[in-house]
Design a protein around this ligand. Structure first.
Ligand SMILES: CC(C)(C)OC(=O)NCc1c[nH]c2nc(N)[nH]c(=O)c12
Length: 369
């Protein structure tokens, strides 16, 4: 059976369920730590597992450039290479090419670009992106799309979305179906409701194991993002998983789960962990701030990670002051553990039919958006 999602409880538009994959079951809502180059930066695979994370994200763009998908396949695939034996979702590369690569040439067939690492020339097409994700051994493969830049006129967004829909059909044809594996379509259309609806119609006519909402968290702001979810999510098939790409802060995630999103990925917890920014149930902290120098209290008393269990804010402040590598390691560990706690709390609340009460309490405790 291909990869599928089963609902456990629905509370309003919020859903709790299970994603069934070749590498195990994943409770949803799920937050997937970003493992761009085959590593969740600053964390060992054991550390990632200890946070409760069950599914991680990898990137076609980075891994095709270094060490190449063929080498990873020769070495047994990305699960073995990274010692991650849970499900892996790989992004398809189009988005990263547009935001990272040099000298890009976009045409109807794909994108030609220069590596941001050594300037070498490469080309991605829907077929090549799907082949790379197959070589990596991804449980969830993403269609090759173009993430429409923001802001875009309605004409620009329509043209970009329609290109992505043509590429989605070619991605579907190139995908090799295997039990426990699936291909997700990516809805585009910027913040234009009619374009989002046209994109959903095009993707559901082709048929995918899951549906991602792309082109958000690109600078439109939380209000416009939620407004776009309000007109897009209800159009998606209720029996398939919904994945909001690149999102987000804890408040973004709570608001998106409220609107029926099941899956998330974002670099915020890992990137912030490296820059001394802590996410806690009481809001955010900058651990470089001198006010933490004598604070013997744990970062977050409700957290069970090593940073909170074994250390104080003063110690974490000290590590960042000294530029010690243990600082980013411990704080990344904490931030990922905190994000897992948020989605775990939301899932339990939905199973109890208490989503709104719990979500409102969580939102009230966070910093104002
Ligand atoms: C700017 C950040 C990364 C926060 O968000 C987005 O860009 N959000 C959109 C996004 C993230 N990852 C994607 N992958 C693909 N294939 N397509 C997309 O639209 C996106």
């Amino acid at each position: 059976m291909t990869l599928h999602w089963t609902a456990a409880a629905i509370d309003g538009a919020a859903r709790a369920g299970t994603l069934h994959t070749a590498h195990g079951e994943v409770p949803t809502p799920v937050f997937m730590p970003v493992g761009t180059a085959g590593t969740i930066k600053a964390m060992t695979a054991d550390a990632v597992r200890s946070t409760g994370a069950r599914m991680i994200l990898g990137n076609t763009y980075h891994l095709m450039l270094r060490p190449t998908a063929e080498r990873i396949a020769r070495l047994g695939g990305l699960h073995k290479f990274a010692d991650w034996h849970g499900p892996i979702l790989t992004d398809s590369g189009g988005f990263q090419v547009m935001s990272l690569a040099g000298l890009r040439k976009l045409d109807a067939d794909g994108v030609t670009f220069q590596s941001h690492i050594d300037g070498s020339k490469h080309r991605l097409t829907p077929e090549r992106s799907i082949e790379i994700q197959h070589l990596l051994g991804a449980d969830v493969t993403m269609c090759f799309d173009e993430c429409t830049p923001f802001p875009a006129t309605e004409e620009q967004a329509a043209e970009s979305m329609r290109l992505s829909m043509r590429w989605a059909a070619r991605s579907r044809d190139a995908f090799v179906a295997r039990p426990g594996h699936g291909l997700f379509g990516i809805v585009q259309g910027s913040t234009f409701a009619e374009l989002r609806a046209e994109s959903v119609a095009a993707l559901t006519a082709i048929g995918f194991e899951g549906y991602a909402i792309g082109g958000l968290a690109v600078g439109e702001g939380q209000e416009a993002m939620f407004a776009t979810l309000d007109v897009t999510t209800p159009l998606l098939p209720a029996d398939r998983p919904r994945y909001l790409m690149g999102v987000g802060t804890p408040a973004d995630i709570i608001g998106a789960v409220r609107r029926g999103i099941d899956m998330f990925d974002c670099v915020i917890p890992t990137r912030s962990g490296r820059t001394a920014r802590a996410y806690t149930s009481a809001g955010q902290l900058n651990l470089r701030n001198a006010r933490h120098a004598d604070d013997g209290a744990p970062l977050d008393a409700s957290c069970a990670c090593p940073a909170c269990r074994n250390h104080s804010r003063a110690y974490l402040h000290h590590l960042f002051k000294c530029e010690e590598m243990l600082g980013p390691m411990l704080l990344t560990w904490h931030n990922i553990a905190y994000y897992q706690q948020v989605t775990g709390t939301l899932r339990a609340a939905i199973l109890d039919g208490r989503f709104e009460a719990v979500a409102t309490r969580l939102e009230a405790a966070l910093d104002p958006a």
